[in-house]
Design a protein around this ligand. Structure first.
Ligand SMILES: *[C@@H]1O[C@H](CO)[C@@H](O)[C@H](O)[C@H]1NC(C)=O
Ligand SMILES: *[C@@H]1O[C@H](CO)[C@@H](O)[C@H](O)[C@H]1NC(C)=O
Length: 246
């Protein structure tokens, strides 16, 4: 910009300068994050796409959505933005399959204008249609919740659910998902095959960096969480706070 850019037209000059920057090969992608718990309506959930961004040369558009289910509660965490990964078609699979706590992911990288345009949970509707419908339940119960420990998983909201026969152990962890502007930490509790890390093999889901910290449960809570409906939840919350303060 030269001295001919007078004050009233400085903005126009600036806009003009930006619009003439070389951008051959640079792609426009949607930029968004998602982090929703409890009130996730499977068929009505909508990912609002309000922003887009210009990627760096050779980058593509990514969309990664993680669907978490425990008992009857659901959570959705996702990321859309630019990615340096090679393009790949939509990949949908269970990282942790039901019954019990389940985690499914959808991930896609593409290289056409605003192609990371998924706005619903349709991929997971299809995936869940393949779930086994017959589940035998055991006599074990576990505190069940997915959400933030200061909101959806406050002790009063933690319910107890009976465990499937093949997933009889109580699981409780604090999960952290980070990518771009996405930075969400939440609690996941429910029935599992073992009380051990269930995402151990996945440090990344798409571009989302995953950290899983098991919450410290007292033996009595693991073995018989169902015997008292209130105390275990408090114990678990304390366990969570201890894990945070490490
Ligand atoms: C989403 O992107 C794909 C690939 O670019 C395109 O074919 C499709 O029409 C888009 N859908 C919507 C709703 O914009
Ligand atoms: C994510 O959020 C936590 C707590 O809100 C904060 O301490 C941390 O610095 C954030 N990390 C990033 C990468 O923004």
């Amino acid at each position: 910009m030269g001295p001919q850019c007078m004050r009233p037209v400085q903005l126009l000059c600036l806009l003009g300068a930006i619009s003439t920057l070389p951008r051959s090969g640079a792609l426009l992608c949607y930029e968004a994050t998602a982090s929703a718990f409890r009130a996730v309506a499977f068929h009505d959930w909508k990912w609002l796409l309000m922003r887009s961004m210009v990627c760096k040369l050779r980058e593509g558009c990514e969309e990664t959505l993680v669907f978490i289910e425990t008992g009857t509660t659901k959570g959705v965490v996702g990321f859309k933005g630019c990615s340096s990964a090679l393009s790949y078609p939509p990949q949908i699979s269970y990282l942790v399959s039901p019954p019990g706590v389940s985690i499914a992911s959808y991930s896609h990288v593409c290289r056409t204008y605003l192609c990371n345009n998924l706005t619903n949970l349709e991929p997971f509707v299809k995936l869940k249609a393949t779930d086994s419908k017959s589940i035998a339940f055991s006599s074990h119960n576990c505190p069940t919740c997915v959400g933030q420990h200061t909101k959806e998983c406050l002790p009063n909201f933690v319910t107890t659910s009976s465990c499937p026969y093949t997933a009889p152990k109580c699981y409780s962890s604090t999960l952290k998902f980070q990518a771009g502007f996405l930075n969400t930490t939440f609690l996941l509790m429910g029935c599992a095959r073992e009380h051990q890390k269930i995402l151990g093999d996945f440090q990344y889901i798409g571009s989302i960096k995953v950290t899983e910290v098991l919450n410290v449960l007292e033996k009595s809570q693991i073995i018989d969480a169902g015997s008292s409906s209130r105390d275990p939840a408090w114990g678990i919350l304390l366990g969570t706070l201890l894990a945070f303060s490490d």
